[in-house]
Write a protein that binds this ligand. Sequence first.
Ligand code: E4P
Length: 216
Amino acid sequence: MKFFLDTANLNEIREAASLGIADGVTTNPSLIAKEGNVDFRQHIASICEIVSGPVSAEVTSEDTEGMVREGRDYSKIAANVVIKCPLTRNGLKATHQLSSEGTKVNVTFCFSAAQAILAAKAGASFISPFLGRLDDIGENGLHLLGDIVEIYRNYEWETEVLAASLRNPIHVIEAARIGADIATMPLKVIDQLFNHPLTDKGQAQFLADWRKSGRK
Ligand code: E4P
Protein backbone atom coordinates (compact mmCIF):
# COMPACT_ATOMS: atom_id res chain seq x y z
CA MET A 1 0.00 0.00 0.00
CA LYS A 2 1.37 3.40 -0.99
CA PHE A 3 1.30 6.29 1.48
CA PHE A 4 0.23 9.73 0.30
CA LEU A 5 0.45 12.77 2.53
CA ASP A 6 -2.82 14.66 2.86
CA THR A 7 -1.54 18.20 3.29
CA ALA A 8 -0.32 21.24 1.39
CA ASN A 9 2.23 22.13 4.08
CA LEU A 10 5.75 21.97 2.67
CA ASN A 11 7.43 21.27 6.02
CA GLU A 12 5.09 18.35 6.69
CA ILE A 13 5.75 16.98 3.22
CA ARG A 14 9.52 17.32 3.73
CA GLU A 15 9.24 15.48 7.06
CA ALA A 16 7.32 12.57 5.49
CA ALA A 17 9.74 12.51 2.55
CA SER A 18 12.68 12.25 4.95
CA LEU A 19 11.03 9.17 6.45
CA GLY A 20 10.82 7.66 2.96
CA ILE A 21 7.06 7.24 3.18
CA ALA A 22 5.73 10.01 0.95
CA ASP A 23 4.75 8.15 -2.21
CA GLY A 24 2.56 11.07 -3.23
CA VAL A 25 0.53 14.02 -1.95
CA THR A 26 -3.15 14.92 -2.00
CA THR A 27 -4.20 18.54 -1.66
CA ASN A 28 -7.63 20.11 -1.69
CA PRO A 29 -8.87 23.73 -1.66
CA SER A 30 -9.24 23.75 2.15
CA LEU A 31 -5.67 22.46 2.65
CA ILE A 32 -4.29 25.06 0.21
CA ALA A 33 -6.25 27.80 2.02
CA LYS A 34 -4.59 26.77 5.31
CA GLU A 35 -1.22 27.72 3.80
CA GLY A 36 -2.30 31.37 3.47
CA ASN A 37 -2.04 33.52 0.41
CA VAL A 38 0.24 31.24 -1.61
CA ASP A 39 0.26 31.18 -5.40
CA PHE A 40 -1.52 27.92 -6.22
CA ARG A 41 0.51 26.93 -9.28
CA GLN A 42 3.80 27.81 -7.58
CA HIS A 43 2.83 25.94 -4.44
CA ILE A 44 1.95 22.77 -6.36
CA ALA A 45 5.28 23.11 -8.21
CA SER A 46 7.10 23.30 -4.86
CA ILE A 47 5.35 20.13 -3.65
CA CYS A 48 6.30 18.38 -6.89
CA GLU A 49 9.95 19.26 -6.26
CA ILE A 50 9.85 17.40 -2.94
CA VAL A 51 7.83 14.36 -4.00
CA SER A 52 8.29 12.49 -7.25
CA GLY A 53 5.04 10.50 -7.00
CA PRO A 54 1.51 11.70 -7.85
CA VAL A 55 0.53 15.13 -6.48
CA SER A 56 -3.20 15.89 -6.63
CA ALA A 57 -4.22 19.45 -7.58
CA GLU A 58 -7.97 19.99 -7.24
CA VAL A 59 -10.08 21.99 -9.70
CA THR A 60 -12.47 24.60 -8.29
CA SER A 61 -14.68 25.30 -11.31
CA GLU A 62 -18.20 23.95 -11.16
CA ASP A 63 -18.79 23.51 -14.87
CA THR A 64 -17.15 20.84 -17.03
CA GLU A 65 -15.45 23.30 -19.38
CA GLY A 66 -13.88 25.16 -16.47
CA MET A 67 -12.66 21.93 -14.85
CA VAL A 68 -11.13 20.74 -18.12
CA ARG A 69 -9.47 24.14 -18.62
CA GLU A 70 -8.01 24.06 -15.11
CA GLY A 71 -6.97 20.43 -15.51
CA ARG A 72 -5.11 21.12 -18.75
CA ASP A 73 -3.41 24.11 -17.13
CA TYR A 74 -2.40 22.40 -13.85
CA SER A 75 -1.11 19.31 -15.64
CA LYS A 76 1.56 21.53 -17.20
CA ILE A 77 2.98 22.42 -13.75
CA ALA A 78 4.93 19.15 -13.45
CA ALA A 79 4.87 15.65 -14.90
CA ASN A 80 3.60 14.14 -11.63
CA VAL A 81 0.56 16.40 -11.22
CA VAL A 82 -2.74 14.53 -11.03
CA ILE A 83 -5.96 16.49 -11.51
CA LYS A 84 -8.53 16.10 -8.77
CA CYS A 85 -12.18 16.35 -9.88
CA PRO A 86 -15.25 16.06 -7.66
CA LEU A 87 -17.65 13.16 -8.06
CA THR A 88 -20.38 15.28 -9.61
CA ARG A 89 -21.94 14.83 -13.03
CA ASN A 90 -19.81 17.69 -14.38
CA GLY A 91 -16.77 16.32 -12.58
CA LEU A 92 -17.12 12.93 -14.25
CA LYS A 93 -17.56 14.55 -17.67
CA ALA A 94 -14.31 16.43 -17.04
CA THR A 95 -12.70 13.20 -15.82
CA HIS A 96 -13.69 11.46 -19.03
CA GLN A 97 -12.35 14.31 -21.17
CA LEU A 98 -9.07 14.75 -19.29
CA SER A 99 -8.34 11.03 -19.04
CA SER A 100 -9.00 10.59 -22.77
CA GLU A 101 -6.28 13.23 -23.29
CA GLY A 102 -3.87 11.18 -21.20
CA THR A 103 -4.18 13.22 -17.99
CA LYS A 104 -4.47 11.28 -14.74
CA VAL A 105 -7.53 12.17 -12.67
CA ASN A 106 -8.21 11.52 -9.00
CA VAL A 107 -11.98 11.50 -8.49
CA THR A 108 -12.71 12.85 -5.04
CA PHE A 109 -15.71 12.98 -2.67
CA CYS A 110 -16.75 9.37 -3.23
CA PHE A 111 -19.30 8.19 -0.67
CA SER A 112 -20.88 5.14 -2.34
CA ALA A 113 -19.92 2.05 -4.34
CA ALA A 114 -22.25 3.21 -7.10
CA GLN A 115 -20.29 6.45 -7.42
CA ALA A 116 -17.03 4.49 -7.48
CA ILE A 117 -18.30 2.37 -10.37
CA LEU A 118 -19.18 5.52 -12.33
CA ALA A 119 -15.74 7.02 -11.69
CA ALA A 120 -13.96 3.91 -12.95
CA LYS A 121 -16.15 3.85 -16.05
CA ALA A 122 -15.36 7.54 -16.68
CA GLY A 123 -11.63 6.73 -16.75
CA ALA A 124 -10.46 7.85 -13.31
CA SER A 125 -6.88 6.86 -12.44
CA PHE A 126 -7.72 7.12 -8.72
CA ILE A 127 -10.94 6.95 -6.72
CA SER A 128 -11.00 8.62 -3.30
CA PRO A 129 -13.61 7.24 -0.87
CA PHE A 130 -13.74 9.50 2.22
CA LEU A 131 -13.76 7.10 5.15
CA GLY A 132 -13.64 9.54 8.05
CA ARG A 133 -16.46 11.72 6.79
CA LEU A 134 -18.71 8.64 6.47
CA ASP A 135 -17.81 7.57 10.01
CA ASP A 136 -18.66 11.12 11.15
CA ILE A 137 -22.29 10.61 10.09
CA GLY A 138 -22.59 7.16 11.64
CA GLU A 139 -21.86 5.12 8.51
CA ASN A 140 -18.91 2.77 8.06
CA GLY A 141 -16.20 4.08 5.77
CA LEU A 142 -14.23 0.83 5.90
CA HIS A 143 -17.23 -1.13 4.61
CA LEU A 144 -17.39 1.20 1.61
CA LEU A 145 -13.66 0.74 1.02
CA GLY A 146 -14.10 -3.05 1.07
CA ASP A 147 -16.99 -2.87 -1.40
CA ILE A 148 -15.02 -0.74 -3.84
CA VAL A 149 -11.91 -2.94 -3.69
CA GLU A 150 -14.04 -6.06 -4.25
CA ILE A 151 -15.92 -4.57 -7.18
CA TYR A 152 -12.83 -3.18 -8.89
CA ARG A 153 -11.01 -6.52 -8.50
CA ASN A 154 -13.97 -8.37 -10.06
CA TYR A 155 -13.30 -6.54 -13.32
CA GLU A 156 -9.57 -5.88 -12.94
CA TRP A 157 -10.28 -2.18 -13.39
CA GLU A 158 -7.08 -0.18 -13.32
CA THR A 159 -8.45 2.70 -11.24
CA GLU A 160 -6.43 2.76 -8.02
CA VAL A 161 -8.36 2.83 -4.75
CA LEU A 162 -7.11 5.74 -2.64
CA ALA A 163 -8.47 5.54 0.90
CA ALA A 164 -8.98 9.17 1.97
CA SER A 165 -10.18 11.13 4.97
CA LEU A 166 -8.27 8.78 7.26
CA ARG A 167 -8.36 9.90 10.87
CA ASN A 168 -6.51 7.27 12.90
CA PRO A 169 -4.18 4.22 12.78
CA ILE A 170 -7.12 1.77 12.69
CA HIS A 171 -8.21 3.32 9.39
CA VAL A 172 -4.68 2.79 8.00
CA ILE A 173 -4.30 -0.80 9.25
CA GLU A 174 -7.75 -1.83 8.04
CA ALA A 175 -7.24 -0.11 4.68
CA ALA A 176 -4.08 -2.22 4.26
CA ARG A 177 -5.96 -5.38 5.31
CA ILE A 178 -8.72 -4.65 2.80
CA GLY A 179 -6.14 -4.08 0.06
CA ALA A 180 -6.46 -0.39 -0.76
CA ASP A 181 -3.82 0.64 -3.28
CA ILE A 182 -3.08 3.90 -1.46
CA ALA A 183 -3.83 5.52 1.90
CA THR A 184 -3.67 9.30 2.15
CA MET A 185 -3.34 10.79 5.61
CA PRO A 186 -2.26 13.89 7.50
CA LEU A 187 1.17 13.88 9.18
CA LYS A 188 -0.65 13.62 12.51
CA VAL A 189 -1.86 10.11 11.59
CA ILE A 190 1.62 9.10 10.40
CA ASP A 191 2.95 10.27 13.80
CA GLN A 192 0.31 8.14 15.53
CA LEU A 193 1.49 5.08 13.59
CA PHE A 194 4.87 5.35 15.34
CA ASN A 195 3.51 5.38 18.84
CA HIS A 196 3.73 2.47 21.22
CA PRO A 197 4.39 2.93 24.96
CA LEU A 198 6.46 -0.26 25.12
CA THR A 199 8.84 1.10 22.47
CA ASP A 200 9.40 4.29 24.49
CA LYS A 201 9.70 2.40 27.76
CA GLY A 202 12.05 -0.25 26.36
CA GLN A 203 14.30 2.31 24.68
CA ALA A 204 14.49 4.44 27.85
CA GLN A 205 15.41 1.35 29.90
CA PHE A 206 18.12 0.21 27.47
CA LEU A 207 19.75 3.65 27.48
CA ALA A 208 19.52 3.95 31.26
CA ASP A 209 21.19 0.54 31.70
CA TRP A 210 23.88 1.49 29.18
CA ARG A 211 24.72 4.70 31.04
CA LYS A 212 24.56 3.00 34.48
CA SER A 213 27.25 0.60 33.30
CA GLY A 214 29.58 3.59 32.87
CA ARG A 215 29.37 3.83 29.09
CA LYS A 216 28.58 7.03 27.26
C1 E4P B 1 -8.31 13.55 0.15
O1 E4P B 1 -7.88 13.70 -0.96
C2 E4P B 1 -8.85 14.64 0.97
O2 E4P B 1 -8.06 15.78 0.81
C3 E4P B 1 -8.87 14.33 2.42
O3 E4P B 1 -8.55 13.00 2.70
C4 E4P B 1 -10.04 14.87 3.17
O4 E4P B 1 -9.94 14.52 4.51
P1 E4P B 1 -10.86 15.19 5.65
O5 E4P B 1 -12.20 14.53 5.60
O6 E4P B 1 -10.13 14.89 6.91
O7 E4P B 1 -10.94 16.66 5.33
